[in-house]
Design a protein around this ligand. Structure first.
Ligand code: NAI
Ligand code: MG
Length: 354
């Protein structure tokens, strides 16, 4: 089988970690056999935008529909306002390709440590299911009296029955598929009295279809405390676009580093390609130094391989990553001394040993 992959490295460390992931994926397909990747690289980035005035060409989204999957690095650079870069590339892709679910697993990899004291790998093993199409990132609202002393802005969150039901069903299925069958739903329905209350209602309605899933409900502020003080009490988590965005950075830090955390932007109907990317951004503070941790990119690549149906190869890649971290090959953010290239070389060697 040949998988056609659109690769969008983007900006900053996105470029380094995408290059590393492509190398790892090619090594994986050669070693495991039975499938191959055909990569096409798109130079859609802030750097290109500054030169030519656009991120994606007008038919960019149509072009992407021809691929089996999209591999994404990161977008954003200090010379371009972040709301321009995000709304020119990553958000339109997620929305236009119906990638309404963002799956963000978190766990402590072999040979790495959580900054939480006494936290063992079995104490922190979560999947955050992020609503990826609406809510606080609907892009609705506006500004008036801008550049006066009376500027007013609205940022309207849109929540729909269809949007909430489909993310809840996905989250319940995810919870059901995991050993603990436990789902925690996060909102802020005490202060936000419309959209969040609708979330709560639909959550309890869908829960009736899943009597074997244990459920509970948290307010997002209290949730941050629970993640830090009682990580073991959590398993699968479902939250809105904004809340899950924030909680997943915290989750990544609690598991050891933001540099290891993967994400899958999924169109569960499979009518459009899904997109795989580490959760971190372009990290301008370390860009160009060759020291970014590529593990989040590799884990995202493993999730892509799994989504494409090559389960065994995906498991193999995860084993290779953990054999490497267990052997102490780690970047600085995980307390090691290796650079991006050395970690990439080491994973390739581990893959060849599988
Ligand atoms: P960031 O995730 O890029 O960086 C946060 C901190 O984590 C920095 O200190 C960085 O050095 C560190 N870090 C991130 N990834 C790392 C890795 N792989 N290895 C080692 N250290 C790592 O978040 P920040 O600084 O808020 O955003 C930078 C730019 O990225 C902004 O333009 C932002 O809009 C954009 N961004 C883009 C995303 C995307 O494309 N999906 C997601 C998040 C941010
Ligand atoms: Mg984020």
């Amino acid at each position: 089988r040949i998988f056609k992959i659109a690769s969008i490295p983007g900006d900053g460390i996105g470029v380094d970690i995408t290059e590393a992931a492509v190398r790892v994926l090619n090594t994986l397909s050669k070693t495991v056999g039975g499938f191959e990747f055909e990569f096409e690289t798109f130079d859609w980035s802030s750097k290109a935008y500054l030169e030519r005035g656009w991120y994606m060409p007008p038919d960019g989204l149509e072009q992407l529909k021809k691929y089996d999957a999209i591999y994404f690095g990161a977008v954003g650079w200090p010379d371009v306002p972040d709301h321009i870069s995000l709304w020119s590339l990553i958000l339109p892709i997620r929305k236009a390709l119906n990638q309404y679910v963002n799956v963000r697993p978190t766990r402590i990899l072999a040979g790495t440590k959580s900054p939480l004291s006494d936290c063992s790998p079995s104490d922190l093993d979560w999947v955050i299911v992020r609503e990826n199409s609406e809510g606080e990132y609907s892009g609705q609202g506006g500004t008036s009296h801008e550049h006066s002393e009376h500027a007013v802005a609205t940022e309207v969150s849109i929540f729909t029955q269809v949007g909430i039901e489909r993310i809840m069903r996905f989250a319940f299925e995810m919870a059901k598929s995991r050993p603990r069958k436990k789902l925690t739903m996060v909102t802020k329905s005490n202060a936000q009295r419309h959209g969040m209350v609708l979330w709560d209602r639909i959550f309890y309605e869908i829960a009736k279809e899943y009597p074997d899933v244990e459920i509970d409900k948290m307010l997002v502020d209290a949730m941050t405390v629970r993640m830090v003080l009682n990580p073991k009490s959590l398993d699968t988590i479902v939250a809105t676009n904004l809340h899950a965005d924030i909680l997943s950075d915290l989750a990544a830090a609690l598991s050891g580093s933001i540099g290891i955390a993967p994400s899958s932007n999924l169109d569960p109907t499979r009518k459009n390609p899904s997109m795989f990317e580490p959760i971190h951004g372009s990290a301008p503070d370390i860009a160009g130094q060759g020291i970014a941790n590529p593990v989040g990119a590799f884990w995202s690549a493993a999730e892509m391989v799994r989504w494409l149906g090559e389960e065994k190869a995906a498991d193999g890649l995860m084993r290779a990553i953990e054999n490497m971290t267990e052997a102490g090959v780690k970047t600085k953010d995980l307390g090691g001394e290796k650079n991006t290239k050395e970690v990439t070389d080491a994973v390739c060697t581990e893959i060849e040993r599988l």
